[in-house]
Design a protein around this ligand. Structure first.
Ligand SMILES: Nc1nc2c(c(=O)[nH]1)N[C@H]1C(S)=C(S)[C@@H](COP(=O)(O)O)O[C@H]1N2
Ligand SMILES: [Mo]
Length: 318
């Protein structure tokens, strides 16, 4: 994918904007003018709308802290990318806009379109489009205009993007320009062709929506040289439900439960930590999370398989 930035994930609760990954299918992010921007709401609604930014901001607003994760390359759905962040958003719930537009009885899905167009995976002249069932969208989607207390940076969707807590980043349409209420799932390159997958244990492909249970080791860094002896190992874990345990295994040894922060009332990530005594030499550290619905990170072969890092312990680096 072009238009990509993947900085290291820092081990802090709220990811600073400069360290958030960027994913843009068509390369350069569009530079939209906030004064000229409008959001069209059309399709199966009693009152079609064309809201400018001040009309949108006059609606009730809410804050949300949520984990933000890229699904990865839709052409290689089983390869982990571990592009993840935890962000604070402010915006207008989609429900407030829908209350004004009044979807008709036949409206069952919401189609979201961004202002960017271009070429991707051999397809040219396409827009970025996503869809969600109306009831799910009404409950979850935030039309965000601030990120970590600042106006959205251009590459993250200025002036307004969708944020869908608990779902993969791909659903959060940036540079949002149009919301259309429709009766059936819209056919589109980015809705029904790309970003569909067969979830382990199922047989039918489904759209890439709810995030998987996952974890990432962040302290120490992969490849770090550390003193031999007790080592503080820590990272973050997340899922579409609360993560209920994280276990850590060193050099293929037993899975030991790490200390795990509760999730609290926001769909944010959770810190885990454990102290392990490292003998001098090279070590392989792995982390495995389990969530409240009993999903466990697979050991291999999946986009969310257990994360592993290598550490070198030795007296000479103390
Ligand atoms: N309009 C538009 N929205 C988009 C994309 C895009 O290319 N165009 N990429 C999606 C993908 S795959 C992800 S993971 C997130 C990334 O959001 P970020 O770049 O703000 O981290 O935006 C999503 N929204
Ligand atoms: Mo993504």
């Amino acid at each position: 994918m072009s238009g990509r930035r993947d900085p290291e994930t820092p081990d802090v609760f709220r990811t600073p904007i400069g360290q958030v990954f960027v994913r843009t299918h068509f390369g350069e992010a569009p530079a939209l003018d906030a004064d000229a921007w409008t959001l069209t709401v059309d399709g199966l609604v009693e009152h079609p709308l064309e809201l400018d930014l001040s009309a949108l901001l006059a609606l009730p607003q809410t804050d949300l802290t949520a984990v933000h994760e890229c699904f990865g390359n839709p052409l290689n759905p089983d390869v982990p990318t571990r592009a993840v962040a935890n962000l604070e958003w402010r915006g207008v719930p989609l429900a407030a806009v829908l209350a004004l537009a009044a979807p008709t009885a036949g409206a069952l899905h919401v189609r979201l379109e961004g202002a960017d167009t271009g070429s991707y995976a051999g397809e040219s002249g396409v827009a970025y489009v996503k869809d969600l069932p109306l009831e799910q969208a009404r409950e979850a989607v935030l039309l965000a205009h601030r990120m970590n207390g600042e106006p959205l940076p251009r590459e993250h969707g200025f002036p307004v993007r969708a944020v869908v807590p608990g779902m993969f980043g791909t659903n959060g349409v940036k540079w949002l320009s149009r919301i259309t209420l429709v009766a059936e799932r819209p056919e589109h390159f980015f809705t029904t062709q790309l970003y569909t997958r067969v979830v382990p244990g199922e047989s039918e492909p489904v759209p890439v929506r709810e995030i998987d249970v996952s974890s990432k080791l962040l302290t120490p860094r992969d490849g770090a040289h550390v003193p031999a002896g007790p080592c503080d190992i820590a990272g973050r874990a997340w899922s579409s439900s609360e993560v209920t345990s994280v276990e850590v295994s060193v050099d293929g040894g037993e899975w030991r439960p790490a200390e795990l922060e509760p999730r609290g009332d926001q769909p944010a990530w959770q810190r885990f930590a454990l102290v392990h005594d490292l003998t001098p030499g090279e070590h392989l550290v792995r982390a495995r999370a389990t969530d409240a619905v009993g999903r466990v990170q697979p050991l291999a072969g999946a986009r969310n398989h257990v994360h592993e890092i290598r550490l070198v312990a030795g007296a000479e680096n103390e």
